[in-house]
Ligand binder design. Structure first.
Ligand code: UDP
Ligand code: MG
Length: 315
């Protein structure tokens, strides 16, 4: 029998976890031909979510859990899930019921057809702010222009991955993780399906604007070196105009035609150049910081506890 591990990263989702479990369990009941593992990953929740999962685990042998030592963010929590998943395929799903578990049936169907990465695209985003949707659309358009591999704007982490893909993703231990980019990078046979995103059933979104901005900058710098090139272009452009202007000033000075103006042009030159230089330095600094972080070769996470029903497979 083929087995599928459902990886569920959660952070302060106590209020909705039980409903989520019930909904997931009823979907899995419709798939009797497969063995399932529900691998909950507690990403340092400060509520009693883990207690609830522990209780579920005593009653339902399909429930396993990892307790991370602190809140590392969803990207790392997912990676922990990939590392500990035992199934022949892994499905990542949020714990807030925005991604309907029923879609899993379709994912497994296409997996059986031979696809390695069946990802679900949001068709509609119910209950989300218009501005958030606009920002995310614009961002992905920009990112798409900068990279060869496609990053699909509405495709998130809700997907089924074959064991091959999971092992590939697990083998990439970079600190600055941008999994949405990695899915495309590793390749394999992909299939898109669609679903309608639901509003959150309970609790609040864990993504503040600053967290999203961090993720966005991370995506750009972890995934492409285009910003470095842009700052080179910017330098070339500014130098070019600087050179033209130099000729004009020289000509005015030598020929005596017109005044060589002083303060205004000087000020503009200094401010503009200063700005461009600072931005370029900042961009270089971003990459340097990334290198600094990566060269430490720290483990991605530490775990407090790991529980799985099957003692033999405990690692
Ligand atoms: N999540 C997590 N760690 C975090 C933030 C979020 O494990 O630091 C989980 C969260 O509990 C949920 C999923 O990641 O199961 C998606 O988060 P959320 O619903 O807040 O994001 P949104 O759907 O608003 O993009
Ligand atoms: Mg959500």
């Amino acid at each position: 029998m083929k087995t599928v591990t459902i990886v569920i990263p959660f952070y302060n989702e106590e209020s909705g976890l039980r409903d989520f479990y019930i909904s997931l369990a009823s979907t899995l009941k419709e798939l009797p031909a497969f063995g399932f593992e529900m691998l909950f990953v507690n990403d340092g929740s400060s509520d009693n979510g883990l207690k609830l999962v522990e209780k579920l685990a005593t009653k339902d042998p399909r429930v396993s859990y990892i307790d991370l030592s602190r809140n590392y963010g969803k990207e790392v929590a997912m990676t922990a899930g990939f590392d500990y998943a035992k199934g022949d395929a892994v499905i990542v799903i949020d714990a807030d019921l925005q991604q309907p578990p029923a879609v899993i049936k379709e994912m497994i169907y296409y997996w059986q057809q031979g696809f390695d990465d069946v990802y679900a695209i949001r068709k509609e985003r119910l209950g989300e702010k218009k501005t958030k949707i606009w920002f995310s659309k614009t961002y992905y358009r920009l990112l798409g222009k900068m990279t060869q591999e496609k990053v699909y704007p509405n495709a998130g982490d809700f997907r089924l991955l074959d064991r091959k893909v999971v092992d590939a993703l697990s083998s990439m231990r970079e600190q600055a993780r941008y999994t949405k980019g990695l899915y495309g990078w590793v390749g394999f046979k992909k299939k898109a399906i669609t679903y309608i995103a639901q509003p959150r059933k309970s609790g609040i979104t864990k993504w503040s604007f600053s967290k999203l901005l961090k993720l966005a900058v991370n995506g750009l710098t972890a995934y492409t070196t285009v910003p470095l090139r842009v700052s080179t272009y910017m330098g070339v452009l500014v130098s070019f105009f600087g050179f033209i202007y130099m000729l004009i000033v020289l000509f005015q000075k030598i020929s005596g035609l017109g005044d060589v103006s002083g303060y205004a042009s000087l000020m503009i030159g200094i401010l503009l150049l200063g700005g461009v230089q600072m931005i370029s330095l900042g961009v270089i600094g971003e990459y340097l910081a990334r290198m600094f972080m990566e060269t430490k070769h720290r483990p991605l996470y530490f775990i407090e506890d790991y529980h799985t029903h099957d003692e033999k497979k405990k690692r």
